[in-house]
Design a binder for this molecule. Structure first.
Ligand SMILES: [Zn+2]
Length: 116
């Protein structure tokens, strides 16, 4: 049984498990697959990076307080974070990599840095 190249449809000669007729076709095919998610992922990664940058700027001491207004004015996007940490005492920390924040009363935010 002859197989055809997933990229160009040409008949493939050679090994049974080959999916492409050439390296060029394999690269072209893989590039197309990667491209579909690239824009979406790039946007999210940019937001995560921006959030991280903002927290790093505001939290130079490793622990500090700020306000929601200050975060918003710098363009912080509260929808994006890398993970959530619930403490035994019932507090919720939102993390951007090793920079995190916790919501305090009256629109204040506690900024923390994780020890890694
Ligand atoms: Zn091909």
């Amino acid at each position: 049984m002859s197989k055809t190249c997933l990229e160009c449809g040409e008949k493939i000669v050679g090994r049974e498990d080959k999916k492409f007729c050439s390296d060029g076709c394999r690269n072209a095919y893989n590039n197309k697959i990667n491209k579909d998610s690239t824009n979406y992922m790039r946007n999210i990664n940019n937001r995560l990076r921006k959030n991280y940058r903002i927290l790093s700027e505001l939290n130079t001491e490793g622990k500090s307080k700020t306000t929601r207004a200050k975060l918003v004015s710098k363009g912080f996007d509260f929808d994006y974070f890398t993970n959530i940490l619930q403490t035994k005492t019932g507090n919720t920390y939102y993390f951007l990599y090793d920079q995190g924040y916790m919501v305090l009363e009256n629109d204040y935010y506690m900024l923390v840095k994780k020890d890694i």
